[in-house]
Ligand binder design. Sequence first.
Ligand SMILES: Cc1ncc(COP(=O)(O)O)c(C=O)c1O
Length: 368
Amino acid sequence: MLPMVDLKVQYQTLKAEIDEALAQALIESQFILGPNVKAFEEEVATYLGVTHTVGVASGTDALHLALIAAGIGEGDEVITTPFTFIATAEAICYVGAHPVFVDIDEKTFNIDTRQVEAAITPKTRAILPVHLFGQGADMSDLEAIAAKHNLLIIEDCAQSFGAEISDRKAGALGFAGCFSFFPSKNLGCYGDGGLIATSSDQAAAHLRVLRDHGSWKRYHHSELGFNSRLDELQAVILRIKLKYIDKYNRARQRIAQRYSAALAELPNCIPPYEEKDRTHVYHQYTVLSPYRDEIISALAANKIASAIYYPIPLHRQVVFQQECAGVNLPVSEQVAAQCFSLPIFPEMSDQQVDRVLEVIRSTLLGKV
Ligand SMILES: Cc1ncc(COP(=O)(O)O)c(C=O)c1O
């Protein structure tokens, strides 16, 4: 089976380095907030061009803690996209705030910035864009709207490690940038992990307290916090993979170009759209086709995986049924009905890409 992402093949290429570094960390045995977490935080801060980063237990926690540090709470509203993983909206709800979903742009599938201002109310405190599938949302528009209405921006960068938006790294533009290191992410660890980037000294200090049981000094607790620290052994792996992230992202871009050049020649298939001022790091390679079901079945018959991100936009999820009664977001619904994602990972060979393309080509040409 050709998988969506082949973590086994990546481990084989890094095995010697990872095994040695893990063995060393086991010998040192500083398992909680040890030297690798600290070093990783510094290395990522330099990479992103921010003053601070705070490692936490997951991307979901990164969003949750960032919202608390932003002072967002009960009854506040946060504008976000319905076309994302549930965690984006879950985090907003965890602090007692309400997600206000704004429809997406039909080409990039990111939040449609032209519709954001109409969603602002006196309760709106923040905008939470998701840099979906590895391409940044339109941050210049969002920064202008946020400045005009005195709102904070919290970026969900779970899918966009290393992506650039007008020469700045995703996660370095808002009040906070929230990352996930879930294994299949562009920068993934071997379990759960996350991180918040911020250039606010105050927010960084607060986040360090929040992730460690509300304590600023051992057994001194200034508020209720969480057990949400980035694991030391995960930091060991992340430090190694961080060295290769640009190479990995370039490999993803090359595969995406190969896919797009071929798919652009086919009927009934729209390859991903790339904005000119952004680098797309292709966490997912996502296509639109009215023949999605046929293509997915043909791929499966040829032992090729595919996935639908996302089949149901958040405003249509049962969990938001009451909150979103009467909400209509037609673009996200149309995209959800036709989108599907193809295998993409840095080590994917040209032959594997061609295998995928051949199945799609014969399925779509059989329809005309
Ligand atoms: C857009 C988005 N936000 C948040 C998350 C949550 O990250 P985690 O799984 O690390 O909690 C994910 C991924 O899993 C995601 O894709």
